[in-house]
Design a protein around this ligand. Sequence first.
Ligand code: ASP
Ligand code: MG
Length: 310
Amino acid sequence: MMTTNLNQESEISTFQTSDQIETTLRVQTEVLKSIHDFLYRKSLIQLMPVILSPITDPLCHPVYNTQIDYLGQKFQLTKSMIFHKQIAIATLDVNGIYIMSPNIRLELSDLKCSGKHLTEFTQLDIELKGATAREFMSLTEELMIHIFRRVEKFCHDEFPDIKVPRKPFSIYNSWDLREEYGNEFGSEISSLEDDLFWITDFEREFYDKEDPDRKGHYINYDLYYPEGFGEALSGGERDYEYETLVRKIKERNQDCNHFEPYLRFAKQGKLVPSAGGGLGIERLIRFLTKKKHIREISLFPKVPGEKIEF
Ligand code: ASP
Ligand code: MG
């Protein structure tokens, strides 16, 4: 992969506090509390985050390598805890788990001005044992309504225009949208919609479940914000059978050796069906507070292509 250094122009200071940062962080505090309250009520178990591991999410778009060599073993910084979620849900006698998971995705600098990318962010990662896509989507809709209601109630003076979403959210299929709007369908439709909505059926990482009856179609989903704010959450039902996982890794020209401990677990028949997803916390706060760039909601933002001071 090409390495580019920060040029003079892009070396802008990322430590800048706006007048409203305290108000924004107050919203974030309400959001985090409402997430824990809701998932506690649903009897989900909270796990601690994994930050260093020999395996992490391969992702389906290019990012810089985060490999670390330590005492003869190679580790990566977590891009997402997908494999740990699958292993945890198979190991524990619980219906569902969640993690406030720090993710490192060293995006290329072309995403500097997207307004929604940080190289270090936190995602609420959820996985539900034996759940269908619809069940996960329904839980997520309830969660979002719960969060928005709480922010509307407790931050009304600062943010009087919070609109609580209504269930069920609209669902679009990515194939239909691509036909209508072209490859940038996500941002196009996000600009046109006025409430949260789903897009389903994306071809992406090998762990998302491929429709057994329609090869090339996937039982997965993205949650989107309206008003052009774009993607909120990615997830799907999971493939968990060893042969299927190996076939899909090879179809993507990826190396089975990179996923060895996970594949060994699958080969022993220990993985189980599940569905889940990851919700970007900073993007959620950005949407609620209607900030132009995601850097504005963080005290120590890491924006691709910008010099990091703290
Ligand atoms: N793959 C998602 C991500 O982008 C997480 C998930 O599917 O649960 O982090
Ligand atoms: Mg995604």
